[in-house]
Design a protein around this ligand. Structure first.
Ligand code: FPP
Length: 241
């Protein structure tokens, strides 16, 4: 395994996206409940984002709750929403001490009202932070994001704010939840699943994909360095020769 020492610090990925998968299997492996797995996953989200910020990576996007996750048992959904409440409260409280700008992506109208309010507060009090720009995907689906952005474009067409000939990739990008920020350079998915699961479908077009068997709660700083090291060995192509 490669370590921190092997990393080329001048060529870090600018934007790292993470599908944090395997909380349930981690729990099963340790004879714990699924909720304990999610708590461990949430703790690891804190650890890893702190480290990503410390390394000097500019952007990170993490998949915390998908549009499909509502289909899970109510108790599990409620627990995840509880974890989210704790996360938002903690980071609103700590915002002064941290240099992380937070943005929530996904359809927030379906989230509980108190959560929507906390999201607005956290986004507002971190908006001028100059460290890591952290996007947390909540009630997010790539296809849903595309549908919502097409509706917004349609609305602006009707209101003559855009004309048909103006619509190009750059304009579409501005209508996505991730507007104004560069696409991910590296996507990490934990727990051995090798698929995108409706995450950042537009934005991952040229992203380097990295899959590891580790369950999310076990994904350590060393695993992060390994992922960055492997990314740095790749020759990025963007369609050109
Ligand atoms: C996948 O594990 C993980 C999720 C569905 C949720 C991800 C959430 C966290 C890491 C913590 C939540 C943090 C906040 C801020 C809400 P899984 O349950 O699909 O695992 P399995 O595939 O092994 O069952």
């Amino acid at each position: 395994m490669n370590t921190k020492r092997d990393i080329d610090w001048d060529h870090l990925p600018n934007h790292i996206a993470i599908i944090m998968d395997g909380n349930g299997r981690w729990a099963q492996k340790h004879n714990k409940s699924r909720t304990e797995g999610h708590r461990a996953g949430s703790d690891n989200l804190e650890t890893i984002t702190k480290e990503i910020n410390r390394l000097g990576v500019s952007y990170a996007t993490v998949y915390a709750f998908s549009t499909e996750n509502w289909k899970r048992p109510k108790g599990e959904v409620d627990f995840l929403m509880g974890l989210l409440r704790q996360y938002l409260k903690k980071h609103i409280h700590q915002a002064k001490k941290e240099n992380v700008k937070v943005r929530i992506i996904g359809e927030r109208k379906q989230l509980a009202e108190d959560i929507q309010k906390q999201i607005l507060i956290l986004e507002d009090i971190t908006k001028d932070k100059t460290g890591l720009f952290l996007q947390i995907a909540l009630n997010y689906g790539g296809r849903d994001e595309l549908v919502r952005s097409m509706q917004k474009i349609g609305q602006d067409l009707l209101n003559n704010k855009v004309v048909l000939d103006d619509i190009n990739e750059e304009i579409i990008q501005k209508y996505l939840d991730t507007a104004e920020i560069p696409d991910p350079d590296l996507l990490i998915r934990t727990s051995g699943e090798i698929r995108l699961s409706n995450f950042l479908l537009w934005q991952l077009a040229y992203t380097e994909l990295y899959f590891t068997e580790k369950y999310w709660p076990d994904f350590s700083m060393d695993d992060l360095y390994e992922a960055i090291y492997q990314f740095q060995q790749r020759k990025r192509r963007f369609g050109a020769i």
